[in-house]
Design a protein around this ligand. Sequence first.
Ligand code: CO
Length: 219
Amino acid sequence: MRVLNHLFENNKRWAENIKAQDAEFFSKLSQQQSPAYLWIGCSDSRVPANQIVGLLPGELFVHRNVANVVVHTDLNCLSTVQYAVDVLKVRHIIVCGHYACGGVRAALLDQRYGLIDNWLRYVQDVRQKYDPQLAAIRDETRRWDRLCELNVIEQAVNVCQTTIVQDAWERGQELTVHGWIYSVQDGLLHDLNLCVNSPGEIAAEYQSALSVLNSPANK
Ligand code: CO
């Protein structure tokens, strides 16, 4: 007996809808994929990458983990980035965090959930790095939001510093790394003003993203 029948029903309807608009859609897609974007986002069920940016199957290469963390020893993430950059030749890598991220909250408040605590240690590293700035924010939700934003900036810089991205820039490949954040409350994306096209831009883009966060409008 097939379980989760309703999901198979949904799937059939979904495929039929797409074929109604373009009868050749799946047969064309089965030949090849050539996405222009790599999305690195959180696993959170409220942050479905393709839907948020209105892209179809074949248009977005995706890596998701809890709290959209990019670690230089994570073979899973690095392999995705390497395949996307070297083989698929994506032109943009989007690191997209989201407000109200449970992983970020756990890291902020030292909540314990088990094995995941070890993964969230990377977000606690971000928290520690910006401790004075975070401590100055009195409102708890704003402090949580800020760590969500800072985490995106840090992880996007980590992407820039991978050997994969550095080598791509070195050989003149066009590649831009972006830092974005998504609001689960209204479904809207926000640019965190980090947009890096070359190794020489990392420091300035990092500083500009931080200075926008720290501007009076964002306090
Ligand atoms: Co999250």
